[in-house]
Design a protein around this ligand. Structure first.
Ligand SMILES: Nc1ncnc2c1ncn2[C@@H]1O[C@H](COP(=O)(O)OP(=O)(O)O)[C@@H](O)[C@H]1O
Ligand SMILES: [Mg+2]
Length: 448
């Protein structure tokens, strides 16, 4: 009976825990009875049955899942009994995290999800870093896919989202700039300089005069620091803005850029390969904040309206962001709030250990793909709450094409995932004029 006390009663192991508790009770009762009595024989039979069940659990340490209907759900594949593993769409508003090493099948799984979102009419964005997703253009099943290489993208992070006052947006921007650039202590400086830009317009900002990143750089240069600490912040922010402005060419050189409302109902692949990391994080966070604030003006809903796939989640959710002792990072707040607006985030990465704890805590779906690195495996197993037997099973059985999937509504199960990703090397031409249709939103031409 000592094994009972050694077993950890984690939430997924409850079945086993109950089984062992029942065994102890039967065992105790049996000791009180006479050997060979009718009752003792019956109890012995029950005990044998429980022991068999325990053995089965140890060989296959998963409880039956809660099979969901096909409507309003997506199917990730089949469990070992050939049953479909489906996740209700509204669970996707509660976000999802996929972890697996390179080649484990993360992008394939994302493709599978995108195909079904497309069938169900849920628009999506993909933040594509590698780039891996432009082949969606060649897939006839997707009627509307807009692939925007960053060189064709137009965005002014300082331009407030529709319906948001500039005075509110500069607070958000100061946070998002500080966090995305790991220059958190400089947020007050950025805020002050931007407020000065607007106070020159007597708190009645002229939308025609919204600054862009170049104007911000210039204003930071001209700003007189209050003390040597602020002087340090000023030079760091100035250097960063200078690098970003130099490296990004026309990306930020616009007064407004593509309005979110033009993108929110379309399937968009944002391609970031070759873009400076600092600029990439700034663009991704700007898009996510703006999407959230755009939706914030619409009623609260539990229904899924939109999905953003972030295939290298570390860029946006690095654990370092949680080092800031002055409260939680803004991106956490967005993660928690945006679900009430129907915006789901599907994050994927190779290294769970480097991701923010709150991303692991605030994702209702967790998908573990093969991870031979023990630290990454442990980190993800802990966040799913796997027991010892389940971890052992994963170590031996997970391979490309199999995932351990956990969802709060559906349950935990190994799932065979079909291969749907197009084979590599298929040439897809990205029309060069993709970003061109937004050219009227360039700084010089626009009137809004
Ligand atoms: N579900 C699957 N079944 C069979 N093979 C798969 C599956 N998923 C991925 N693969 C194979 O593994 C390769 C890498 O998959 P990919 O999704 O690009 O991995 P990752 O994005 O994790 O690096 C694919 O090109 C494919 O050959
Ligand atoms: Mg990939």
């Amino acid at each position: 009976m000592s094994d009972y006390f050694n077993l950890r009663s984690l939430k997924q192991g409850r079945l086993l825990e109950q089984n062992l508790r029942d065994q102890i009770q039967l065992h105790d009762r049996l000791q009180e009875l006479e050997d060979g009595s009718v009752e003792a024989e019956k109890l012995q039979e029950q005990l044998t049955k429980l022991q068999r069940q325990k053995l089965e659990y140890l060989q296959h340490p998963f409880q039956p899942i809660n099979i969901q209907g096909a409507d309003n759900s997506i199917e990730l594949g089949q469990t070992e009994n050939g049953e479909p593993y489906r996740i209700p769409l509204d669970q996707l508003t509660k976000h999802s995290l996929t972890v697996g090493e390179t080649g484990a099948g993360k992008t394939n799984l994302n493709y599978l999800i995108l195909q079904q979102l497309n069938q169900q009419g849920i628009p999506f964005w993909v933040f594509d870093v590698d780039p891996e997703y432009h082949s969606l253009l060649a897939d006839d099943r997707f009627e509307d896919v807009l692939v925007i290489p960053w060189r064709h993208l137009k965005i002014n992070p300082l331009y407030p989202p529709e319906g948001i006052r500039p005075s509110r947006w500069i607070q958000e921007f100061a946070d998002l700039f500080g966090e995305s650039q790991a220059l958190i202590s400089s947020r007050n400086l950025v805020y002050r300089v931007l407020s000065d830009c607007y106070s020159a317009q007597r708190m009645n900002p002229d939308p025609q005069k919204v600054p862009d990143l170049e104007i911000l750089e210039q204003q930071i240069r001209e700003y007189s620091p209050r003390d040597h600490v602020e002087r340090g912040y000023r030079s760091r922010v100035r250097d960063r803005l200078e690098t970003i402005n130099e490296a990004t060419g026309p990306l930020f050189d616009c007064r407004r850029g593509i309005p979110i409302r033009e993108l929110v109902n379309r399937n968009v692949v944002f391609q970031f390969d070759g873009l400076l990391d600092d600029a990439q994080r700034l663009v991704m966070e700007t898009l996510l904040y703006k999407l959230h604030l755009y939706r914030h003006q619409q009623p609260v809903t539990s229904q899924l309206r939109h999905v953003t796939i972030i295939d290298e989640a570390y860029d946006m959710f690095p654990e370092e962001k949680e080092d800031n002792k002055k409260g939680q990072p803004r991106i956490n707040v967005i993660l928690k709030r945006t679900r009430k607006r129907g915006n789901g985030i599907l994050a994927a990465d190779q290294e769970a250990t480097k991701l923010m704890e709150s991303l692991k805590a605030n994702t209702a779906t967790k998908i573990l793909l093969p991870s031979t690195d023990e630290q990454q495996f442990e980190s993800m197993s802990r966040s799913i709450g796997l027991d010892t037997e389940q971890k052992e099973w994963c170590r031996n059985q997970l391979e490309t094409g199999t995932a351990l999937v956990y969802n709060r509504a559906t349950g935990l199960a190994p799932v065979d995932i079909p291969l749907v990703k197009p084979s590599e090397g298929e040439e897809v031409n990205i029309p060069a004029e993709m970003g061109g249709e937004w050219s009227e939103l360039k700084k010089s031409v626009v009137s809004d």
